[in-house]
Design a protein around this ligand. Sequence first.
Ligand SMILES: [Mg+2]
Length: 159
Amino acid sequence: MKRIVVFDLDETIIDSAHRTPNREDGTLDLGKYLELKNRKSIMQDSLLPLADVFKSLDRKDNYIVICTARAMDQDDFDFLHLHGLMAHNVMCRPMDGSENSIADADLKARKISRLRNLRQFRGLPVLMFDDAKPVIAKMRSIGVACLNAIAVNRKLVEV
Ligand SMILES: [Mg+2]
């Protein structure tokens, strides 16, 4: 492995705007999100240009991580599988709600720091894509090269 590459889901590789009521700052409004979430609405999501980047990465060189503020259930995993979005590792909120009060940025920083400290990953560069400004700022503060997914997707549409 040469690097860890981390992808957020909503508005980074998946266009789920029709059912994800994000706050002004791009973080997830978890309460409203859970109300609107069901298998039918999940399956109406579509892919953003960064999903092609995700799929094209070499699985030997890149340890591919999905890091989302969602609490993932089987429907979410089925959607990923259906669209060929296979990661080495999926990090999300637990379904029991025990981490629901943790802000997206803190949740992601905690999970990625833990991963980075594992012996097999120590010293590897971490590249991340996320659309939420608080997440981007937090990740950069802990030494993760985090790119703004909105800007990257916009660029990818142009080329
Ligand atoms: Mg997002």
